[in-house]
Design a binder for this molecule. Structure first.
Ligand SMILES: *Cc1c(COP(=O)(O)O)cnc(C)c1O
Length: 506
């Protein structure tokens, strides 16, 4: 086994020489013309004695990075049922729009008059996002879902404080919540009251009633995901909203799962006060790898004065043939800026293009198909795997990946084996309230044949788990790297390749 691993590592190293391994002293990648201006010495305090850079030709560099990039798995390469993440196809049209020079090269310090096209786009996006969720106003400023959550909870805090209601310091969070929810609550200076789930996978109403009656004066609000992270619609949502409002709290909806609801349910009409969107999930802007996201926040009239800025408003209405004049403004009692400039504008362009291309009816079809696809896969896997809450799901569903006849097999082994079949694993071990959880979200953009192939592979893996469990326990074997020691990898991060060049003075 260890010999195997060593051999594997050798293979891997052979496959992946670092740029330092390829380096040849004196080789250059650029051919610059002779300098035709007087040269100046750089300030010596900026110079290092020794900067060990690899020396390579341009072609070697291109091949090296293209080879590395092709080792990455991506939605453009294969099925990616990563629950809670909505890894849907990102239409290439959106990329073309985001690269239009008028958008891509617009300097963020351009004055409003010189940026009317971009501001008109942002204004329309604010309006459409508000319409989709039934909210009065939207700020595009936050740069990710978690950033939107933080903005939302700061708004809730400012709302209470502005009314002189300063003793409320608790936010209710269901135990199925995404980890960012309790983290946001804590960062915003509140404390979490965790609510248990009931047998149906929803919020335990009895527990909520009890907290709301006993601790009403402490409750600033509640954060809840709909459909929740088990993929289940919260049947008692109206009653939950009502209980929290009667206790004096505000309702925050984590909108990361809007892919199940577009054109079907408007959270504003359910009574929510504030919500964040994940443009990089629902609205198809690319994500993963820590790239730019966008997490706008929508609010009702109560919270509108507190929105993070800037937001786009019409400062002079349209007159005759003249279009309106748009301007960036800070709302009266704004919680302030979330980041420099105006949010991740490239993401706004992509989401705008996506919404325009689909239109209202198309977005409703998106959500209906996302829900249909998830229910199709769920129904066809129900005989093979344990499904802890056996009712219709939203856009995703959770499996309890324990097989009666294969006690040594865990969710992780199933996931690793999926890699051998060329499929990205589902989300592992989340939500936390389901043991051996695999959270599966097929999304609407997959063809039925792809879903069928995934289902067949999942059934095949269940058979292998019983008949040839070593195939799962040793997986993956067909990936560029074998199973990693994930704990060690997280504790001893290696973030750059190390030079294998001779040390100075060698
Ligand atoms: C993805 C997600 C978030 C956080 O969004 P980021 O954009 O990753 O910060 C919050 N809640 C839920 C339910 C999510 O799925």
């Amino acid at each position: 086994m260890i010999a195997d691993q060593a051999a594997e590592q050798t293979k891997l190293n052979a496959l992946e020489p670092t740029v330092y391994d390829l380096s040849v002293p004196g080789r250059v990648g650029a051919n610059l013309p002779a300098c035709d201006v007087p040269t100046e010495d750089l300030p010596t305090e900026l110079l290092r004695d020794e900067l060990r850079l690899p020396e390579l030709s341009e072609l070697q560099v291109v091949r090296h990075f293209i080879k590395l990039s092709s080792l990455n798995y991506a939605i453009d390469k294969g099925f990616y049922p990563l629950g809670s993440c909505t890894m849907k196809y990102n239409p290439k049209l959106n990329e073309d729009m985001a690269r239009l020079p008028g958008f891509a090269q617009l300097h963020p310090l351009t004055d409003d008059e010189g940026a009317q096209g971009a501001l008109a786009l942002m204004y329309a996006l604010q309006q459409w996002l508000g319409e989709i969720v039934g909210f009065e106003a939207v700020s595009l400023a936050p740069a990710a879902g978690a950033h939107g959550e933080f903005a939302g909870i700061l708004m809730i805090r400012k709302y209470h404080v502005s009314r002189g209601d300063t003793q409320r310091n608790k936010i209710l969070v269901p135990d199925s919540a995404h980890g960012t929810n309790p983290a946001t609550v804590t960062m915003a200076g509140f404390e979490v009251i965790e609510l248990p789930a009931d047998a149906e996978g929803g919020v335990d109403l009895e527990a909520l009633r009890k907290v709301c009656s006993e601790r009403a004066d402490e409750i600033a609000g509640m954060m809840i995901t709909v459909p929740n992270t088990l993929g289940l619609f919260e049947h008692n949502i109206l009653e939950i909203v009502d209980l929290v409002h009667k206790a004096g709290g505000l309702m925050y909806m984590d909108g990361a799962n809007m892919n199940a609801l577009m054109g079907v349910v408007k959270p504003g009409e359910l009574g929510f006060d504030v919500l964040h969107y994940n443009l990089h999930k629902t609205f198809s802007t690319p994500h993963g790898g820590g790239g730019p996201g966008s997490g706008p926040v929508g609010v009702n009239a109560k919270l509108k004065p507190f929105l993070p800025g800037p937001i786009v408003e019409i400062v002079e209405p349209a007159q005759g043939d003249e279009p309106p004049l748009y301007g960036l403004v800070m709302p009266e009692q704004s919680i302030g800026r979330m980041k420099a400039f105006h949010g991740n504008f490239g993401m706004h362009v992509r989401a705008y293009a996506y919404i325009r291309a689909y239109g209202a009816a198309g977005l409703r079809e998106v959500s209906r198909h996302a829900v249909l696809n998830a229910n199709y896969v769920r129904a066809r896997l129900m005989d093979t795997y344990k499904i802890p809450y056996p009712r219709y799901c939203g856009h995703e569903f959770v499996i309890e990946a324990r097989l009666d006849d294969a006690p040594d097999i865990h969710a992780l082994d199933i996931s690793k084996r999926l890699i051998d079949y060329g499929i990205h694993p589902p989300t592992n071990y989340f939500p936390l309230i389901v043991p051996q959880a695999l959270l599966i979200e097929p999304t609407e953009t997959e063809a039925k044949e792809t879903l069928d192939e995934f289902i067949d592979v999942m059934k095949k893996i269940a058979r292998e788990a019983v008949e040839t469990p070593e195939l799962l326990l040793n997986a993956p074997v067909n990936a560029p790297v074998r199973r990693l020691d994930e704990v060690r990898a997280a504790k001893q991060l290696v973030l750059c390749c190390r030079p294998a060049l001779p040390e100075a003075g060698d």
